[in-house]
Write a new protein. Structure first.
Length: 586
DNA sequence: GCCGTTTTCGGCCCGACTGTTTTCAGTCG
């Protein structure tokens, strides 16, 4: 069982408890534990079998630790079984719908015996829902839309999709009359691999109605969700929701912190503030007056200490500024308190790209075009990694064709100076863990990248052993897209990644963070774990055209989310240092 | 249910918008 499964089960438990009307703080405690599990870089199964005490984890106490152990050992949680005798597990999915929370879910279940989203759709058509207390024509219409969106986009949008979807809107907002500044916040600013909805902030003095009116009049809007003096929400034709917040300049920094999130980061910050007698909200940081009456307090009561810049907000709380990519409450606040926020790797640190394809296999551009494009990006070295012959449909390289390619590489080395072109290939890991190339060729290659493209549904043990065997081959340098997941399309292979990373550390094999936004494989947590284990990470684009080389920034963002510094990234090394690494086994 | 430079008990982040409401509950981020 994966950490993700544990997190999902605990979330379901929290959802059902909430519908049941349990103590809200108890529910929050469960959700905090979920966040803790989601942030974990190591498998819970390994921790439990190693006899580690789960209550050491933040937000996990005796009770939740017990639930987790029970779940890992028996596949169930007794507490959850008890609850599901009264209400079906599928009831929790109702809360995934926009506009439906625990109270409405309970009402729908109690009054109409609605047990699932599908049940709800039936009742909506029957016209029974709007007869209920607290429901009306508008809310029924809203739920109808929510079900449509739920079915259309059960997954989330990829970050590259979202960037494309909102580019026009950002231009449109930039010319809104009186708007001084427009910034993207939310998970997009944190550079998460997938985005649920987009948050945009606009700096504007006074009543924001004109700005919101301008925003909701955007011709890319399929529907207006809401509009008020400080906030507007629209849904684009793609189904992507965009929220705009209008904020005065004096509060822009605090609003940016607040709307960038994550929620967990914000809660942690505010809790820290309360301890200092401060109140943090989107309008600023305020010293709470001694005689404050909580019943009568205004959002901007008290002495204003900060608000116009993010740096100021963090500083009043005794923290250094935290890069948005780290704001997940995974230790960044403690680091900021000690002034130990890592110096994260940047796109400018990248000196080479170590996975791409040319017309020798399934690439769209010639080897020379790719090499020149890399040189134009300012790289010092490049590896063209065409597929090996197991990938027959893309005319993968046979040993003979590999040698032919070396002749061409030699010619291009003559013509193109200023960039080192490596002899390389993306060698298939065959079903039994052997490599799809002769040992002679493997030895002569400058860089050997290995990966899986077949038999992706092997059982966990077989898959793990297959990869471990491949990595143990003395010529192997990099394990590419280690989990094989494709975002919103394909789950990772069933494998024991922890063992793979441990082996990588031992064998001095690097692991790839594939920068293609469809993959981003490894993910942020996994890459962080690689760092912890001392495994070198390579950020590669897997480009099939010069344009694909530009995906590097997505990989760098993911690496930053995983706390990687330049020293953790193999292709941030200078050519000399990188070459030294290549000769590490000599 | 969790947690502790104020605590082993008594707190736990906070404001905006919507819809169905005659004064506010529910939902969201």
């Amino acid at each position: 069982m994966e950490n993700l499964d544990v997190a999902r089960t605990l979330t379901t438990l929290a959802d059902l408890l909430e519908i049941q009307g349990a103590n809200p703080f108890r529910i929050r405690a469960y959700r905090n534990a979920v966040n803790s599990v989601n942030s974990l870089s190591r498998p819970l199964t390994a921790m439990v079998s190693a006899g580690e005490d789960l209550t050491e984890l933040p937000g996990v106490g005796k009770s939740v630790a017990h639930h987790i152990v029970e779940l890992l050992e028996t596949g169930r949680i007794e507490r959850l079984d008890e609850i599901t005798t009264d209400m079906p597990v599928t009831l929790a999915e109702l809360m995934r719908l926009d506009g439906v929370g625990p109270k409405k879910a309970k009402k729908l279940f109690d009054e109409l015996d609605v047990k699932s989203v599908d049940d709800l759709a039936v009742e909506l058509d029957a016209g029974t829902v709007q007869e209920l207390d607290g429901f009306g024509v508008r809310s029924v219409e809203k739920i109808r839309h929510a079900i449509e969106d739920y079915r259309k986009h059960i997954g989330r949008f990829q970050i590259n999709e979202v960037e494309m979807l909102i580019a026009g809107l950002l231009e449109y907002l930039a010319v809104a009359p009186g708007v001084e500044k427009v910034e993207v916040a939310g998970s997009l600013r944190r550079r998460k691999e997938t985005i649920g909805d987009v948050d945009i902030l606009a700096a504007y003095e006074g009543d924001g109605t004109p700005v919101v009116d301008h925003f909701v009049a955007f011709d890319g809007a399929a529907r207006i969700v809401g509009a008020g003096p400080t906030k507007g929400s629209i849904v684009l034709h793609s189904g992507l929701q965009v929220d705009l917040r209008v904020i005065p300049t004096r509060s822009f920094g605090s609003a940016l912190v607040y709307f960038t999130g994550s929620k967990e980061h914000n809660v942690a910050i505010r809790t820290g503030a309360v301890r200092r007698g401060l109140r943090v909200n989107e309008w600023g940081v305020f010293r709470v007056p001694e005689d404050a009456d909580p019943e009568e307090s205004d959002k901007e009561d008290g002495e204003r200490l900060a608000g116009d810049t993010e740096e100021g907000v963090y500083a009043t709380l005794g923290l250094t500024w935290v890069p948005p990519v780290l704001r997940e409450n995974r230790g960044e606040i403690e680091a900021a308190r000690c002034g130990e926020v890592p110096e994260l790797v940047t796109l400018a640190d990248i000196r080479g790209d170590l996975q791409m394809h040319s017309t020798w296999s399934d690439g769209k551009a010639t080897l020379e075009e790719m090499a020149v494009a890399c040189k134009d990006l300012g790289y010092e070295y490049v590896a063209i990694t065409d597929h090996s012959q197991a990938m027959a449909m893309v005319q993968g390289l046979t040993p003979a064709r590999t040698r032919e390619q070396w002749v061409e590489i030699e010619e291009i080395r003559e013509r193109v100076d200023g960039i080192a072109i490596l002899r390389s290939a993306e060698i298939d890991i065959l079903k039994d863990g052997s490599l799809d190339m002769t040992d002679e060729i493997l030895e002569e290659l400058d860089l050997v990248v290995v990966s899986i493209h077949s038999f992706m549904d092997l059982p966990r043990k077989a898959m793990t052993e297959r990869i471990l065997k491949a990595m143990a081959h003395p010529s192997v340098d990099i394990l590419a897209h280690p989990t094989g997941r494709r975002i919103n399309r394909r789950e990772p292979y069933d494998l024991d990644l922890e063992s793979v990373l441990e082996a990588a550390a031992e064998l001095d094999v690097a692991v790839e963070l594939n920068a293609n936004p469809n993959r981003l494989d490894l993910n942020d947590i996994q890459v962080h774990r690689a760092k912890e284990l001392g495994v070198q990470v390579v950020i590669s684009t897997d480009a099939h055209s010069p344009r694909g080389l530009l995906d590097m920034r997505f990989g760098v963002d993911q690496a930053r989310r995983g706390w990687l510094e330049a020293g953790d990234v193999l292709n941030a090394r200078s050519l000399v240092d990188f070459t030294t690494w290549l000769g590490r086994r000599a």
